[in-house]
Ligand binder design. Structure first.
Ligand code: NAI
Length: 338
């Protein structure tokens, strides 16, 4: 029996049951998020080829990650000349390229640098892998997703069902904080987080949390929890004191998002995930983070936001102007031209 188990184990290693078939490109792979995310993606059972691109230091990261004894083949690409090869044939492109916040900065303060980086990378995606799913991590996400959409649209290849702003970290944080409060494993906790990815545009729907918040939690405590989820990124920026923003929890969140995309692409549905996408979920806001049903072709359905309590409705109304301003800022950046 033990011998049989051993043979089965070896056979399953040689012939893995999962479909190791997708090419995933990571742009900004040598950065604070990029490095741990490279490691986590190398462990994915869905990835046949992991393409690591950056403007600095990718040879070292690729050499390091390639020594992990998992199936994905790793290739490093350095600098704009190698970007076409990094992208060609990619099924999923993940973008954490750009500068992170320092204490005292808002995500919007990053706009001037990151907007140009995302525009350049989106142009390359349009040229070299126009059918790929694209997941944008670079901040300010509320503006960088509209930037990428405008670039892809101008190139005639926009598919809004395949373009995502990654807001998974907000969901992950809400699950972690609520898990602490209710004493549950965060993996058994669910908290919808919708809206955008900056300050008050991050809207955790605590009234829909499962398990629910205990009745003993006061309105003030509920409000404090909401504010903590909204400001959690700043909590990390301050704790790192100039050394950057969230990288490890972000890499975890992005790996989870990538896994959802790859499971959906494989037809392992239904897959539900939150992301910031172009949609008509909220009148007057062309982009919004909603729960999504993902399938082989991308977003198959933008799911309803569900009921909000009075505090959530108030926050929902209060965020609209800021979110719309960030969307327009991104669109106007592309309209102005280089
Ligand atoms: P980092 O500075 O450590 O790494 C960024 C990497 O991007 C560097 O390796 C840099 O060489 C590379 N890069 C710069 N220009 C590039 C280009 N044109 N093409 C390819 N690569 C390029 O920054 P970190 O901490 O990894 O953060 C990256 C971005 O992610 C920031 O904009 C940050 O604000 C954002 N972020 C987003 C979160 C979210 O929830 N969506 C959470 C945390 C950070």
């Amino acid at each position: 029996m033990a011998a049989l188990n051993r043979i089965q184990k070896i056979a399953s290693h040689l012939d893995p049951p999962k479909p190791f078939k997708f090419k995933v490109a990571l742009l900004g792979a040598a950065g604070g998020i990029g490095q741990p995310l490279s490691m986590l993606l190398k462990m994915s059972p869905y990835i046949a080829e992991l393409s690591l691109y950056d403007v600095a230091n990718t040879p070292g990261v690729a050499a390091d990650v390639s020594h992990m004894s998992t199936a994905a083949r790793v290739k490093g690409y350095l600098g704009p000349d190698q970007l076409p090869a990094a992208l060609a044939g990619s099924n999923l492109v993940i973008i954490p390229a750009g500068v992170p916040r320092k204490p005292g900065m808002t995500r919007d303060d990053l706009f001037n640098i990151n907007a140009g980086i995302v525009r350049t990378l989106a142009e390359a995606i349009a040229a070299h892998c126009p059918n790929a799913w694209v997941a944008i991590i670079s901040n300010p996400v509320n503006s960088t997703v509209p930037i990428a959409a405008e670039v892809l649209q101008r190139a005639g290849v926009l598919n809004p069902a395949r373009l995502f702003g990654v807001t998974t970290l907000d969901v992950v944080r809400a699950e972690a904080f609520l898990g602490e409060i209710v004493g549950a494993d965060p993996r058994d906790v669910s908290v919808p987080v919708v809206g955008g990815h900056a300050g008050i545009t991050i809207l955790p729907l605590l009234s829909q949390a499962r398990p629910p918040l205990p009745a003993s939690v006061t309105a003030e405590q509920r409000k404090a929890l909401m504010t903590r989820i909204q400001d959690a990124g700043t909590e990390v920026v301050q704790a790192k004191a100039g050394a950057g923003s969230a990288t490890l929890s972000m890499a975890y969140a992005a790996a989870r998002f990538a896994d959802s995309c790859l499971r959906a692409m494989s037809g392992e549905g239904p897959v539900t995930e939150y992301a910031y996408v172009r949609s008509s979920a909220v009148q007057g806001l062309p982009y919004f983070s909603s729960p999504l049903r993902l399938g082989r072709s991308g977003v198959e359905e933008v799911l309803p936001l569900g009921p909000m309590d009075a505090m959530e409705s108030e926050n929902f109304e209060a965020m609209k102007a800021e979110l719309l301003g960030s969307i327009k800022k991104g669109e106007e950046f592309v309209a102005r031209g280089p």
